[in-house]
Design a protein around this ligand. Sequence first.
Ligand code: ADP
Ligand code: MG
Length: 313
Amino acid sequence: MGKRIVIALGGNALGNNYQEQREAVRNTAKAIVDLAAEGHEVIVAHGNGPQVGMIQKAMTALHKQEPDKYTLCPLSICCAMSQGYIGHDLQIAIRDELARREIAKEVSTVLTHVVVDRADPAFQNPTKPIGTYVSREEADRLIAERGFTYAEDAGRGLRRVVPSPQPASIVELPAIRDLVQAGQIVIACGGGGIPVVRTEEGNLEGVEAIIDKDFASCRLAQELEADFLVILTAVEKVAIHFGTPQEKWLDSMTPDEARTYIAEGHFAPGSMLPKVEAALQFAESGQGRSALITLLEKAKDGIQGKTGTRIGS
Ligand code: ADP
Ligand code: MG
């Protein structure tokens, strides 16, 4: 029986620059079409770290060259650009792969806005490092001129940090749902979604933030009442005691085990921790729901229960 599956693609599914992306999306498209070919409904969300970094760097350089002609580009706009840049490439790669296998299916990318709450504590405590390292002088200037926040990043220098609020709701959800129900493969919530807040007048306004793509994918999977949240990343399974002699790769975790391992600090913040937290949240959001963390190339095997780490009861 076909299942409804939300896939969250990690950095290795898309590469670090355009050349890498063109190569990477071909493999990624194969993994996605493998699932569609098995009769599953597939919704694809993805990260955008290197891509949004590249776009922001280019827009900042342009502003530095001609400040009167080009204002600095807000982060939400850079995120919107990255959704188009990635969606275009991925959508074409999936389309080509479907044609190669003679599967009659449409693919669409939905430019997706995700509403966050102004009162989210993340706005008081920005933690997500973005962009290049800067000198103390440059940081001080940007703090004064633009109100940016800078923090020491792993002893390598100062980097801008931005809030990473929780996704509250997905603006284009009805459109995404209609496309899924029409049998399309849908790419949505790229880069965690374009972060927006609702103003007092009820309008939507872009904010300087980055929503974690694993949490946005979890939200999307819950809202679409998916059966499966599949987080595809650079490791085949999740480990406890990761990177130590006691390392143990896990085939599955019950929600209680996941909570215990989280509390014991087995998962690195900013990489594996949000994935396990998102997986846990999804697995507990409804009957019969489970999450899987595995490698891109293992998506099909993982869904068949052959590999990966499954979170659920
Ligand atoms: P993505 O781009 O897919 O979001 P990340 O680099 O953010 O990938 O997160 C995946 C990485 O998390 C893995 O490549 C691995 O190095 C790291 N990691 C940290 N803790 C663990 C753990 N306990 N088990 C497995 N991988 C872990
Ligand atoms: Mg990540």
